[in-house]
Design a protein around this ligand. Structure first.
Ligand SMILES: Cc1ncc(COP(=O)(O)O)c(C=O)c1O
Length: 659
């Protein structure tokens, strides 16, 4: 009886433990399921893939045929590119020399140079073009370069230039004047810091402020403070969002380190909200870069990944994104998870109150940078009191060591004060509205002009952030940045991916910009970089095949002799075809030569040995250089074209090269 009672007790206890374990396992499984549904896999997969992708450069021949275009188009492209290269060389000689002298010692320049165009095209472009903008003065939205030309700037100093260069020059000068008696004293604070803190609190609607030297540093600080104060480890960010170069928030390409404390979820996706709910106990903060509204779930558009037109799918779903941010806010409130806006890009650009004002959603922490110090280097974190503590009142040895030598540097604080006092003036809001409206009107007018000119280019914008889209399939869209440079437009190294206008763009400047964009696109079309479906009937199929082939060759190492052999066979095949159709005489002999071949096929049924000898003799004959004595050769005369570029971009005469 006793034993039986004991057995029942054990059974009950076992069942209890079993059901607790089963409940825990089930809970974990459900959480894992939602996490997997919500996770953006592209960042992790692309980082893993990057270990396998090998360098691949198109040969001079392949470069012009990446879409399988026919020979006449290739010739046009070669001539067009040679012309463009020599034009830019002649127009910017001093900039080019300066770049050449510095490139090997200045690794930042080498990095931007290496990432201007998709990598299979990079070697050729480096050999023929030397893109380096070296500038000495600004006037309105124009920059003067070392060669003395004034160009229209749409790089926007990576987002710093919102208010127009003239204002920043003034703020920097007045700010310096204000603190010059103090000089570079750090540690003790200049009184202007108090005013800046008050202004930043009022703009952000938050309780406390901390100063840093760059956007990246401020993001690091915000993340560390969120972790410290929530005692949780995990940071949630969204697919494609850039938060500076710190690898702690860079789970995808660009980072060598795999991280387990940053979870990348899908933007605008229901499952992401559920994953946040289920993992709330682990999440220190949800980090959002609101410029993603422009290209949700995709990295910032740049020309370096513009392998086809479809790669760039920028849109402006502001209303949808605002709704998404509101829902994110509600989930964060419900789960007591801090919502952090990284407004390094959007702060003071979309509106005086940044994305919080533009989308009508308040964050618990906001990170600013770029323009907020009136042209000086800066990073700022504003946050709720409970999130900004860097010491633990209950545990004196627990501290978050977030400090920096240059925090609240007097010169930076002086210029920041000028900017902040300007931004909170009631009249400034009107300037923002006008700036955004001017850009919106320009986008509409420019798209009409591009459509009327039957050019496959469109522009889209979010406030004054704009990008170029391509409405027809093409593998050379990234070349537009070079044609724009020839028209006198300065872009940042991401090319046509992300461009910026500022308050000092007048209607006349916008008009000039539209004219330059249309002219550049026209020149590019005239040089045959975009071919219509009529001009190149199999363009999509060819491009797809080429991309698959490229992907294969980037992943699989084909022995060099085999590659060379294949390329040579294909080149000869093309040359042969080209030569045999180049004029009437050659066409005639081509027919005779092909007839001999056909004769050989027929002969093979009766007399294989003779057919074989005749065929071999004819093959041998056709492989020889053109010679008037050989009547059956495919090509009696060299073709009358010049279709190659030497390393400096000059055309080489094919006949001369062969001779
Ligand atoms: C949203 C965002 N966060 C952080 C950064 C990094 O700022 P910084 O380049 O000043 O380090 C950037 C820079 O472009 C950014 O756009």
């Amino acid at each position: 009886m006793m034993n039986e009672g004991l057995r029942v007790e054990w059974l009950v206890a076992g069942l209890l433990v079993g059901s607790i374990v089963a409940a825990l396992v089930a809970r974990r499984a459900v959480t894992a399921f939602w996490t997997l549904r919500a996770m953006a896999l592209t960042p992790t997969l692309s980082r893993r893939l990057s270990r396998w992708v090998k360098p691949r450069s198109y040969s001079d021949e392949e470069f012009f045929r990446a879409d399988g275009a026919a020979e006449p188009w290739v010739e046009r492209r070669q001539q067009g590119l040679a012309r463009l290269a020599s034009f830019l060389r002649a127009r910017y000689p001093r900039c080019a020399d300066w770049g050449d002298a510095l490139r090997t010692s200045f690794s930042d320049l080498r990095f931007t140079d290496a990432n201007r165009v998709p990598f299979p095209f990079a070697r050729f472009m480096r050999d023929h073009f030397n893109q380096c903008a070296v500038v000495t003065a600004s006037d309105g939205p124009r920059l003067q370069d070392l060669d003395g030309h004034w160009t229209l700037d749409v790089g926007g100093s990576y987002g710093v230039n919102v208010a127009g260069f003239a204002r920043y020059k003034e703020w920097m000068a007045r700010g310096l004047e204000r603190v010059q008696d103090l000089g570079p004293v750090l540690g003790p604070l200049h009184p202007v810091v108090a005013e800046n803190t008050t202004l930043l609190k009022s703009v952000s609607g938050l309780d406390e402020v901390s100063f840093h030297m760059s956007g990246t540093e401020a993001v690091m600080a915000a993340v560390r403070m969120a972790r410290f104060n929530t005692r949780r480890k995990l940071i949630v960010c969204f697919a494609g969002a850039y938060h500076g170069w710190w690898d702690g928030v860079q789970p995808g390409l660009g980072s060598e380190r795999s991280i387990d404390d940053c979870l990348t979820l899908k933007d605008l996706h229901e499952a992401s909200l559920e994953a946040i709910r289920r993992r709330a106990g682990e999440i220190a903060g949800v980090l959002v870069n609101p410029v993603q509204s422009f290209h949700p779930n995709a990295p910032p558009p740049s020309d370096a990944i513009l392998l086809t037109s479809g790669v760039r799918r920028t849109e402006d779903p502001s209303a949808r994104y605002a709704e998404w941010l509101r829902r994110l806010r509600a989930v964060c409130d419900e789960c007591d998870v801090p919502l952090i806006f990284d407004e390094v890009y959007t702060g003071f650009r979309l509106a005086p109150g940044g994305a919080q004002e533009y989308f009508g959603v308040a964050a618990d922490m906001v990170v600013y940078g770029k323009t907020v110090a009136g042209g000086m280097p800066i990073g700022v974190v504003c946050g709720k009191k409970a999130l900004m503590r860097r010491f633990d009142a209950e545990r004196p040895m627990r501290i978050a060591y977030v400090v920096g030598t240059f925090s609240a540097h007097p010169v930076v604080m002086g210029a920041m004060n000028e900017f902040l006092r300007w931004v909170v003036e009631p009249s400034t809001a009107q300037l923002y509205t006008e700036m955004n409206e001017r850009c919106a009107q320009w986008v509409q007018a420019t798209n009409r002009r591009l459509l009327d000119a039957a050019l496959p280019v469109r522009v889209v914008h979010l406030g004054t952030v704009w990008t170029v889209l391509f409405s027809e399939p093409g593998r050379y869209n990234w070349l537009l940045q070079y044609y724009l440079r020839a028209e006198g437009v300065t872009l940042s190294w991401v090319g046509t991916g992300r461009c910026l206008s500022s308050m000092d763009f007048t209607d006349k400047d916008y008009e000039a910009l539209a004219t330059k964009l249309v002219a550049a696109a026209r020149a590019m079309k005239a040089d045959a970089w975009w071919l219509s479906a009529d001009e190149h009937p199999k363009r999509e199929k060819n491009m797809r095949n080429r991309l698959v082939q490229d992907a294969f060759l980037s992943l699989v190492r084909v022995p060099r002799p085999l590659q060379t052999f294949y390329t040579e066979v294909m080149r000869r095949k093309k040359d042969d075809h080209h030569a045999s159709h180049s004029n009437l005489t050659n066409q005639l002999f081509h027919i005779i030569s092909s007839s001999v071949f056909l004769g050989c096929y027929a002969l093979a049924f009766w007399d294989l040995t003779t057919a074989m000898w005749a065929g071999l003799a004819r093959v041998q004959h056709a492989q020889q250089d053109p010679d008037p004595g050989r009547l059956l050769a495919h090509s009696r005369r060299p073709p009358p074209v010049s279709d190659r570029l030497d390393r400096r971009g000059h055309a080489i005469d094919r006949g001369r090269r062969r001779g």
